[in-house]
Unconditional design. Structure first.
Length: 394
């Protein structure tokens, strides 16, 4: 895969990025023939280009751009000023690449930045996010190309966000979180609510745990865990655990909000991650006429391992939050359950019947519920898809 941050003029710098031995390599090119030679030398199958690759069939905006507008993502329309020259060059280059046998995809790193929660033109922020691939972009052109490459990497794993229209398509990155470079370890024992003991690189270590649930399905001796280095009291923080039913389970619920904030942006809601207080209760996200509480679901239901359930232990705090949300006068009051493994849906734990009935009452009072499935690939935790909320019988 090769990502190109294309300039409108062949005399100006165009950034490029590609993978070499699992690392992102970046650089600068200018002319179309240089881009063609690079694509041929790398023997890639897919070339992503940060430039419009089609014209609108009707009006000033393409259908994929109307989808960007719906998501409240800023962009320059193809017929706006200097965008005309960029579009002309992009279409010409794409046709040449396709004649040479390459698949060509239109990218928009600016939109990916917004969904990933990164600032546009923040080179250091991009390199930090892409540390899992040892990115060392030196300027904005290379940083944009690197984020475009990340979008292509997600696309390769079936996790890209393709905005499709009858007059063009744009590929964006889905909301994702960098977990740090994951290090394998073996669980030994849980010391208390916030600390566990594990064998990391052959040495017994204390590991910081930001998950107060029981995690009984995963915390058994010698089960594999995944940690990353942490700048705190303990050297390591728990990020994920081996799932006995396959794959990895996210184990750091503090990162749930980042996924949900990106998902809200996909739906045109720009939420602020500031703690909203109502008495002794705190809620995760808010916007002008809405409020959202986020809950992580990391346990499998015993009768169907593809269903995630919440909570694994009774939560008085969750009960009080549901009551308060149902009483609020906000236009949108929402609770989002994030499955910490690929799931077909999320449900309340049926053994807590009081919580289930309370939730049914809250829904009748206007509480909105959404559930999201996620997956860990390499060092990244990624939003997979929206799933249904399910009702279970004990």
């Amino acid at each position: 895969m090769l990502s190109i941050d294309l300039a409108g003029n062949q005399e100006r710098n165009s950034g490029y990025a590609y993978f070499e031995c699992g690392k992102i390599k970046c650089g600068i090119l200018k002319r179309d023939e240089e881009i063609l030679r690079l694509a041929d030398r790398l023997n890639v199958k897919i070339v992503g280009i940060d430039a419009p690759l089609s014209w609108p069939k009707h009006g000033k905006l393409r259908q994929c751009e109307l989808l960007l507008k719906k998501m409240k993502i800023r962009f320059f329309p193809v017929k706006y000023g200097g965008m005309k020259k960029l579009t002309q060059r992009g279409i010409r280059l794409a046709k040449t690449l396709q004649r040479c046998g390459f698949d060509v995809i239109e990218l928009f790193p600016g939109g990916s930045y917004d969904l990933l929660g990164l600032k546009r033109k923040d080179v250091n922020g991009v390199n930090a996010f892409l540390s899992g691939f040892d990115s060392k972009a030196k300027n904005v052109d290379e940083a944009d190309a690197a984020i475009g490459l990340f979008s292509l990497w997600l696309y390769k794993h079936g996790l890209g966000l393709m905005l499709k229209g009858n007059d063009g398509s744009i590929l964006l990155a889905k909301p994702s979180v960098y977990l740090g470079k994951l290090i394998n370890g073996r669980f030994i024992k849980r010391i208390n609510r916030f600390v566990l003991e594990a064998k990391i690189r052959g040495v017994r270590r204390k590991v910081y745990l930001r998950n107060t649930g029981k995690l009984a399905d995963y915390f058994y001796r010698r089960n594999e865990i995944y940690v990353s280095e942490y700048a705190g009291k303990y050297r390591y923080i728990l990020r994920a655990v081996n799932d006995p039913y396959g794959g990895k389970v996210m184990a750091d619920p503090f990162l749930d909000v980042h996924i949900v904030k990106g998902w809200l942006r996909m739906n045109g809601i720009i939420a602020e991650q500031r703690k909203v207080k109502f008495g002794d209760l705190v809620f995760d996200l808010s916007w002008k006429d809405g409020i959202c509480e986020v809950k992580g679901a990391n346990m499998h239901w015993k009768n169907d391992r593809k269903i995630a359930i919440f909570p694994d232990v009774y939560s008085k705090r969750a009960e009080k939050q549901i009551k308060k949300l149902s009483e609020m006068k906000k236009k949108t009051k929402m609770i989002v359950f994030v499955s910490h493994f690929p799931a077909k849906g999320v449900a309340l734990n049926p053994k807590f019947s009081h919580l289930v009935e309370l939730f049914r009452c809250a829904l009748k009072k206007g509480l909105s519920v959404k559930t999201l499935s996620t997956i860990i690939v390499d060092n990244y935790w990624i939003f997979e898809k929206e799933t249904p909320f399910l009702w279970l019988r004990q």
